[in-house]
Design a protein around this ligand. Structure first.
Ligand code: CMP
Length: 143
């Protein structure tokens, strides 16, 4: 079954949007298989954002994701990688559609509330980076 990595960033936690954000994926019908509330160290942040290391905003990305606690999650479901990106909305909250998380709650590209893996291969890499196998719960909802 397909899985994706999602992280509620420090702004989402500080603005008390954890419940609202998680609810959107639950009500959509995806299955939560991993969740932790944690601080992010510099090494993990740099590995996570490695693909952006040549970008001018790389330093800001690392500073921000390490600035306060985050919620790291793994969600499962058919087509969950691209569907979760639709629920999240465009990278820039100013252009994200209303009805998406970023469209409804964000106003700044550097403070866009949540990260979602952009492809199946990226999701596999990010899940392995953020979670140990034993931290993931293999289950299927029966209702
Ligand atoms: P995220 O999904 O975490 O992946 C990379 C992040 O880089 C992205 O969300 C944005 O928060 C951030 N980002 C992308 N473009 C810019 C930009 N031009 N300036 C600042 N941050 C950016």
């Amino acid at each position: 079954m397909e899985r994706t990595f999602l992280a509620i960033k420090p702004d989402g936690v500080q603005r008390k949007l954890i419940g609202e954000i998680i609810k959107r994926f639950e009500t959509k019908g995806f299955t939560l298989v991993g969740l932790k509330f944690m601080s992010v160290n510099r090494e993990l942040a740099e590995q996570h954002y490695d693909v952006h290391k040549e970008r001018p905003f790389f330093g800001n990305l690392v500073e921000f994701i390490t600035s306060g606690p985050i919620i790291a999650m793994v969600w499962e479901g058919d087509g969950v990688v691209s569907a979760a990106r639709k629920v999240i909305g465009a990278t820039n909250p100013l252009t994200a559609e209303p009805g998406t998380i970023r469209g409804d709650y964000g106003a700044n590209i550097g403070r866009n509330l949540i990260h979602g893996s952009d492809a199946i291969e990226t999701a596999q890499r990010e899940i392995a980076l953020w979670f140990k196998d034993e931290e993931l719960v293999n289950w299927q909802p029966t209702l």
